[in-house]
Design a protein around this ligand. Sequence first.
Ligand code: NAP
Ligand code: HSE
Length: 421
Amino acid sequence: MTIKVGLLGMGTVGTGVVQVLTDPAGRHPLLQEVEIVKIGVRDTAKPRSVALDPSLFTSNLESIVNDPTIQIVVEVMGGVEPTRDLVLQAIANNKHVVTANKALLARHGEEILELAKRHQVYVMLEASVGGGIPIVNVLKQFLGANRITSIQGIVNGTTNYILTRMHREGGDLQEILADAQRLGYAEADPTADIDGFDAADKIAILASLAFGQRIPLSEVSREGIRNVSSLEIASAARLGYVIKLIARAQLVTGGLEIGVYPMLVPQEHPLATINGVTNAIAIKGDPIGEIVFAGPGAGQGATASAVVADLINVCALLSHPPHPLLSYMPTTAAQVVPPRENQFYARFTTLDQPGVIGELGTIFGRYSVSLETIFQQNRSGKYAQVIVITHTVREADFWQAIREIKELPTLQTVGAILRVL
Ligand code: NAP
Ligand code: HSE
């Protein structure tokens, strides 16, 4: 059975989605059933990085949301208008919608989801928060047993990329922003990233899913990174902090505290180590305790991964017979191969006498096992501990060398052999 899909937009995210859908081998089998039948863009003559039949493109977006053959509309064009109208029309025409548009959802989510409920269609929003991190489905499904008490984290890839580079190399916010735009992380109007609007939209969506309540965007406190200068970053570093744009929502006595602020995060805090475009979201719940999710928070591939995951979920419901997404039964056996290469740590207990290290080195050399480090420690009585760390070597060579070392009269025991990550 073929499931017909129309795309609204083929920019950074849309191109990633098309790349996945036009190359389904090795991915989820349901993707074989997806057919892109129309793609709405502003400029149909613009060169595209994926070779597609030009007749798929249209600038008449209404023709997509009103096409009776299309079952799922993937909205990856962004913006609030005319997107809201188009999404509402698609739903009114009984189409399922997959969207990455947090600005739209944070402002008009209630209206959109209400209409979807009436028309019994799905509006899927995994890609709207956290890029490739499947955080929306975690909150919608997998943490359902919990009473959530707080969510906090880094939910804007662009600002985290900028702050990370400012920390590492100094530099000017605007210059680094230009790189983030080139890499496809930033919003069409990057003010949304820099001034915290995007993070505010995202924490409003997450909080609404976590706490099961509407969150008016006007109630979300918001401060961006525009005023975070290199001076603040350097002072914070001297004091043992990293500056991060933190979005958080927490239940406190009397209600919900929700906002986005640039904050000093102690260098040893897990969020301090989240760098570049990576996002991380920590959720506290009862009974789970704290759970943390991290991964690429923006960009073509990460966001396409989330959009396509939603698409697969809807396809599973539409396919005949319904695809049993929750059951899993691989049909072919994997070709498992032995480990080929590794770096090794080895500790040998040897007689403490001249020439032992030379003997070990000679045997390793004979089998092309090159050594990064070799040293002796903990001499006690007539024995010594000799520690070796190899470079990355062929497993077979290493184990041959070990077999020969075990025959050395000076060797007492092989104390430990561990692989180095
Ligand atoms: P983008 O690169 O600017 O692409 C937008 C696409 O939509 C383009 O193909 C554009 O057509 C088309 N489009 C926009 N407005 C249109 C209009 N009025 N009429 C017809 N076509 C229109 O944007 P993006 O980065 O892919 O982002 C798309 C959505 O995903 C946004 O909601 C964004 O917030 C969200 N998102 C983005 C990321 C990311 O990392 N980029 C991550 C998560 C979510 P042309 O190609 O002809 O210009
Ligand atoms: N501009 C957004 C960001 C895209 O940088 O996080 C991902 O939602």
